[in-house]
Design a protein around this ligand. Structure first.
Ligand SMILES: NC(=O)c1ccc[n+]([C@@H]2O[C@H](COP(=O)([O-])OP(=O)(O)OC[C@H]3O[C@@H](n4cnc5c(N)ncnc54)[C@H](OP(=O)(O)O)[C@@H]3O)[C@@H](O)[C@H]2O)c1
Length: 354
C-alpha cells in the first residue's frame, strides 16, 4: 500500500504558488511501512491544520523555528488516528486512539511518542477542537490576551483578524475577563455579523469598508487599552493612533505582511512614547508549561457555553492543502481552517466514534 505526501520544492517569491505541478509544493507517493519501529506509532491523518505561519516557515531567515527545508515533507499539525503501535509503546497507545500529531502534510506518518498526544474531548467538545479552540490557536489567544494583554474590567479591547481561529477566542476571553468593550476587525459583513451576533463582541468593523478608520474611531471613544494584533500593517498603525495611555499592544501575528516582499512597519510609532504603550511580541510555545491550566480554563468555558467557536473544513483530501493555504491568506475562512484529509467515516473500529 502507498500514500501521498506534499513536499516543499520551490521557495515562494514572494507568494505561495499552489500548483502541485509547477508551484511551491509537489505530491509524492511513497510505500506505507510494513513494520512500525519499537518506539514509534503509525498514524493516519484525518484533519490537517492550516496556519498563517506556514508562509514564514518557508523563508530561510532567523525566526522562532527552523525553516522547512527544500525536499522535506511540509510541516503541519493534524488530528490523526493510531493505526499501528510499535512493541515498546503498547502500554501508552492503542490502535484506534485519536491523537494530535506533528505529522506534516501527509496521509500517514510514523512518529515518536513526543510527536503525538491523545485527544481529550470535554463535554460539549468535538475532536477538531484539539486543533482549534483547545489547540494551538486557542492557547495563543489565551496567553496573548491574559499574559501579554492583561485586560482589566472597564478596558476597551480591540482584536484584528477577529473572525479567525485565534482572534475569535481572544475577543471572547477579553469579554469573559470583564472588558467593558470588545471590538473586532474582520474582512466583510458576514464575518462582522458573526462577531457581534454569535460571539457577543460589542462592535465589529469591516476593514475592507472605505470608512473603516472612521468606524474604528467611533467604536473606541475611550481609546484602546488592549490591542491584540493578528495582522500588522495599516490596521496596527490605525490602532496605534488610538492607543490609550499605558495601553498594551499584543503582537501575535502580522498576516498582512507575510507575503510582502518588503514588510511595512507602523508610522504612528511616536504614540508608543507619548501614550507609554507596551508593545510585546510572543510565541505560544513560551507558555508550554502552563498549557494544562490554560486547557482546563478553555475546556470549562467551552462546556459552559461561554466560549463559542467555528471551523472551516475544506474537503478534497491532502492535495487541496496548497490552494486552501493560499485561500487562508485571502480570508476564505471564518474560524479555524482545516483540510479533511480523510473523513471520520473511514476511521478504524469502535473508537472512531469521536
Ligand atoms: N505568536 C504566536 O505564537 C502565534 C500562534 C498562532 C498564530 N499566530 C498568528 O495569529 C494570526 C492568526 O492566525 P490564525 O491561525 O488564527 O489564522 P486565521 O485568523 O484563522 O486566518 C487568517 C485570517 O487573516 C485575515 N487576513 C488575511 N490577510 C489579511 C490582511 N491583509 N489584513 C487583515 N487581515 C487579513 C483573514 O481574515 P479577514 O477575512 O478578516 O481578512 C484570514 O481569515 C496570524 O498572524 C498567525 O501568524 C501567532
Amino acid at each position: 500500500m502507498s500514500y501521498n505526501q506534499i513536499i516543499y520544492t520551490t521557495a515562494p517569491s514572494p507568494a505561495i504558488d499552489p500548483s502541485l505541478t509547477s508551484g511551491t509544493f509537489r505530491l509524492r507517493t511513497v510505500p506505507r511501512p510494513e513494520n512500525v519501529p519499537a518506539r514509534k506509532v503509525l498514524v493516519r491523518v484525518h484533519y490537517l491544520s492550516l496556519d498563517p505561519a506556514m508562509r514564514q516557515w518557508l523563508t530561510a531567515k532567523r525566526s522562532y523555528i527552523e525553516p522547512v527545508k527544500i525536499g522535506d515533507v511540509m510541516r503541519g499539525q493534524s488530528i490523526a488516528q493510531v493505526v499501528a503501535v510499535g512493541s515498546e509503546l503498547r502500554s501508552k497507545f492503542e490502535v484506534g486512539d485519536w491523537v494530535t500529531a506533528y505529522s506534516g502534510w501527509q496521509e500517514y506518518a510514523v512518529l515518536g511518542e513526543n510527536a503525538v498526544e491523545k485527544v481529550v474531548i470535554p463535554p460539549g467538545g468535538r475532536p477538531t477542537d484539539a486543533l482549534s479552540v483547545l489547540g494551538m490557536t486557542g492557547l495563543t489567544a489565551y496567553f496573548g490576551m491574559l499574559e501579554v494583554g492583561q485586560p482589566r474590567a472597564g478596558d476597551t479591547v480591540v482584536v484584528s483578524g477577529a473572525a479567525g481561529a485565534t482572534g475569535m477566542v481572544a475577543g471572547q476571553i477579553a469579554k469573559i475577563k470583564g472588558a467593558k468593550r470588545v471590538v473586532g476587525l474582520a474582512g466583510g459583513r458576514d464575518k462582522c455579523d458573526f462577531l457581534v451576533k454569535e460571539l457577543g463582541f460589542d462592535a465589529a468593523i469591516d476593514y475592507k469598508a472605505p470608512d473603516w478608520r472612521k468606524q474604528l474611531k467611533e467604536a473606541t471613544p475611550e481609546y484602546i487599552d488592549v490591542y491584540f494584533d493578528n495582522v500588522g500593517g495599516d490596521i496596527l498603525d490605525a490602532c496605534l493612533a488610538r492607543a490609550a495611555r499605558d495601553s498594551r499592544f499584543v503582537i501575535c501575528g502580522a498576516i498582512s505582511q507575510y507575503n510582502a516582499a518588503k514588510p511595512q512597519g507602523p508610522t504612528s510609532f511616536m504614540n508608543v512614547i507619548s501614550q507609554r504603550v507596551t508593545m510585546k511580541g510572543f510565541i505560544v510555545f513560551d507558555f508550554a508549561k502552563q498549557y494544562p491550566t490554560a486547557l482546563r480554563d478553555l475546556a470549562s468555558w467551552l462546556s459552559q457555553g461561554k466560549l463559542k467557536r467555528k471551523e472551516h473544513i475544506t474537503p478534497g483530501g491532502l492535495r487541496s492543502a496548497p490552494k486552501a493555504l493560499v485561500d487562508l491568506y485571502g480570508g476564505a475562512n471564518t474560524g479555524k481552517m482545516m483540510i479533511e484529509v480523510a473523513p471520520v467515516s473511514e476511521a478504524l473500529g469502535a473508537k472512531s466514534k469521536l
